[in-house]
Design a protein. Structure first.
Length: 192
């Protein structure tokens, strides 16, 4: 069971997502976060020392949740096709989200916080590893085509990254997104 402190920390992270999405990484201040979370400066600094720390925890939380969900689904022997459908729907939802500016903030973070480049590379490699694991799982179950899982995972991640960073400035219709998702399905799923 989460303690009150852990709940407050998660509330700060969850609430900050909208700020980072709207203002970018560099334009969010601790004062902004205090205001949106309705916390005193002392209340906020009890949990985080900087916006950088909040941002890193936000990224870690997302990565950890994704990893836990993948591991749990494999352990429960969920269909790889069902897991892929969930992943693709999640990506579409993120492309269409009101928080789609968050991907710009993530890229901005990588440029601004040069000391975090290694962290960002590890995060990227972790995402590739997770998607490769899903593809390998699907191949082992006979649900996915034989392929180089890592190369395909890299292609899929770059496609979605591009779509997410383009969505706030370009008009991407449902058909545009669905067509790309269907191409991915055709590359991955072994149809009988």
């Amino acid at each position: 069971m989460a303690t009150k402190g852990m709940q407050t920390k998660q509330f700060i992270i969850d609430t900050s997502i909208k700020l980072f999405s709207e203002k970018g990484y560099s334009n969010v201040t601790m004062k902004d976060i205090c205001e949106v979370c309705n916390l005193s400066r002392g209340g906020l600094y009890r949990h985080f020392n900087s916006t950088k720390e909040i941002f890193i925890d936000m990224l870690n939380s997302h990565k950890d949740n994704s990893q836990n969900l993948l591991d749990k689904s494999i352990k429960e022997n969920i269909s790889a096709r069902q897991m892929l459908e969930f992943f693709l729907n999640q990506q579409k939802s993120e492309i269409q989200s009101e928080y789609s500016g968050l991907d710009f903030a993530i890229h901005e973070f990588a440029f601004v916080e040069k000391d975090q480049r290694d962290y960002m590379n590890k995060r990227y490699n972790s995402a590739i590893t997770m998607l490769s694991k899903l593809i390998d799982y699907g191949k082992s179950r006979g649900e996915f085509k034989k392929c180089n899982s890592k190369i395909l995972a890299i292609h899929i991640m770059f496609l979605f990254d591009s779509m997410k960073t383009s969505a706030p400035i370009l008009v991407l219709t449902d058909d545009d997104i669905d067509n790309q998702i269907n191409l991915i399905k055709d590359m991955v799923i072994l149809y009988e």
